[in-house]
Design a protein. Structure first.
Lengths: 421, 154
């Protein structure tokens, strides 16, 4: 196939606009007479909102409205399940949006947000995914799942007893990873307005404009065709802009007041409001023969989904599928779980569940090599996927798998070190 | 309210402002110069970098009143499509631009370095760019772009 793009150096079309500072990010667009929206977020990880008093906020000069859960026509959104409230009357994490203030300036809106009085009935919270899995744990989404186990992916291949019987060396360990924030450089911002057709227009930076459109339409009770989402320049995303952030709230304010609405997160609000990388607790047991061949692996992976499902099912599926790493293991038993807790909700982030397991399976390889007295390079050369290999899920690999070439290239650099490799 | 005078991109302005307004707010809101970005609001990310009297500053940490009487260069004052600054040209050619949110600040930091020292060392480039965070590129191409601009600048 002839192409003048693949394999050649191409200047990205938007680069010039960016080096001149001309590209428009959502914070850079404004409309005359726009209102400014500021969200009031929960300081509690698990609570029922008993009462909200908005009078003091509304008395502040320049405040136009304060909206709460009762003002949202259909109070739910979510990429897989609509388990996340637009404005919460039941809080499942610190940072859940509970109310939104619309005011004539950003300063007034911020001042008024502090005057919204919210009476919370604070409930016991669970922050450890394994504790949240226990049968006595309070389910956080009983309408969706009877327990906090949102998802379980089992993978079985071969026979474990046979595998362990063949193993001369067995390494068993627990590995933990932590929450990670995408920290995209451009904090979330939205400009929402009702246009001359009576349609809701939402200008934002999103990874998922068509999904945003459907969720805005659903929450506001509008037809799909009445909502237009315009993606402006996206200031980094890395998975963190797949879920809804301020889009529906801004649209709700615009629809209620019939004025353009501008919302901009501070960096702190950004940290509180969008998804995180799943922390995972990974129990690994891996066995190899004295010749360095992998023969058995058992893994349990518990992913902390936090307060809402987001992409947790897909993420923990990927963790399970990638749990062996790029290595042939004939006898495998993998169980991965996505579990609700009262931590910040976890969703998409670069690698999508495949990144966390690297820590576990590559550490296991290093430790096995050490126990066997062979190099870390050697054990990988003995076990890596090749064309024709079968993965733990039964997939026969037929494409290009040049891992041997890759390892050969890096070998000289690895061996320059302190002799461990 | 108070009056201040600023020279921004060689244009004189007399402005009546609140004492609490940041230079960033005045540039974006009063002058409509949206190329200066706010990424963190606390001087960590450098997206709001502008040049004030020959020094790069985080405009989120400078009160507009403090800049009274100063000469300020924002990204809108550097190059254009007909005559891009060598730094801008190099950023585009090397592929140092991804999401672009850090780019205006990066370009200004690089320009200010090259204005002072036309052939900086690699270390001097790294130090000059260290106040500007990028979450997309991994910095390698950005540093290469500054190097290229220094070689092509003169």
């Amino acid at each position: 196939m002839n192409t003048n793009v693949v394999g050649s150096r191409v200047i990205r079309e938007d680069a010039w606009g960016k080096v001149f500072g001309q590209s428009k990010f959502p914070a850079d667009v404004n409309l005359p007479d726009q209102l400014y929206g500021v969200v009031v977020r929960s300081p509690y990880p698990h609570a029922r909102v008993r009462n909200i008093v908005t009078e003091k906020a509304l008395e502040l000069a320049g405040v136009v409205t304060v909206l709460t859960a009762k003002d949202v026509p259909h109070n739910s959104h979510g990429v897989l399940f609509r388990d996340q409230p637009v404005l919460a009357d039941y809080v499942r994490m610190v940072g859940d949006p509970v109310a939104v203030v619309g005011a004539e300036t950003m300063e007034i809106a911020r001042a008024a947000a502090k005057l919204v009085e919210i009476d919370y009935e604070v409930l016991p919270a669970v922050f450890d995914a394994e504790q949240a899995m226990l049968p006595e744990a309070l389910p956080l989404h009983p309408e969706l799942k009877p327990t906090n186990v949102l998802y379980h992916m089992p993978i079985r291949r071969g026979t474990m007893e046979d595998g362990w019987a063949l193993a001369d060396v067995v390494i068993e360990n627990e590995y933990n990873t932590q929450h990670v924030d995408h920290a995209f450089l451009q904090p979330e911002a939205v400009l929402a307005y009702v246009d001359e057709r009576g349609h809701m227009v939402v200008q934002t930076a999103t990874q998922y404009a068509h999904y945003d459109r459907g969720e805005i339409a659903h929450a506001l009770g509008l037809r799909f065709s009445q909502v237009q989402v315009k993606t402006l320049a996206v200031g980094g995303a890395f998975g963190g802009r797949e879920d809804i952030s301020l889009q529906i709230i801004a649209a709700l304010l615009a629809l209620t007041t019939l004025r353009p609405v501008k919302m901009e997160n501070t960096r702190e609000e950004s940290f509180y409001s969008h998804s995180k990388r799943h922390p995972m607790r990974m129990y690994y047991k891996t066995g190899a023969t004295k010749d360095g061949k992998l023969v058995a692996m058992e893994a349990k992976i518990v992913g902390d989904a936090g307060a809402y499902a987001s992409w947790s099912i897909n993420v923990l599926r990927k963790s399970a599928v990638h749990a062996t790493g790029p290595y042939v293991i004939p006898n495998v038993s993998i169980d991965s779980f996505a579990v609700f807790t009262n931590n910040p909700y976890a969703g998409a982030m670069r690698g999508f569940g495949a990144a966390q397991t690297v820590l576990a399976y590559e550490s296991q390889m290093d430790l096995l090599a050490k126990a066997l007295g062979i190099s870390a390079l050697e054990i990988r050369l003995l076990n890596h996927f090749k064309v024709g290999s079968t993965t733990a899920t039964g997939q026969v690999l037929t494409g290009s798998i040049p891992l041997d070439q890759c390892l050969a290239k890096i070998a000289p650099y690895l061996q320059k070190g302190d002799g461990i490799l | 309210m108070m009056d201040i005078k600023l020279m921004v991109n060689n244009k004189p302005y007399t402005l009546n402002i609140e004492p609490s307004e940041r230079l960033l707010d005045v540039l974006r809101t009063r002058l409509g110069l949206m190329g200066t970005k706010e990424g963190c609001g606390e001087g960590e990310c450098g997206a709001c970098t502008v040049i004030v009297d020959g020094k790069t500053v985080n405009s989120c940490l400078v009160l507009a009143a403090q800049a009274n009487g100063s000469e300020i260069t924002t990204i809108e004052g550097v190059g254009n499509r007909r005559k891009p600054h060598p730094v801008q040209k190099a950023f585009v050619e090397v592929g140092a631009v991804q999401c672009g949110f850090c780019t205006p600040g990066m370009v200004l930091s690089a320009k200010n370095l090259l204005d002072k020292k036309s052939k900086p060392s690699d270390d001097e480039i790294s130090v000059a760019m260290s106040g500007n965070l990028c979450r997309c590129t991994g910095y390698d191409k950005i540093l290469r772009a500054v190097k290229l601009a220094s070689q092509e600048g003169n």
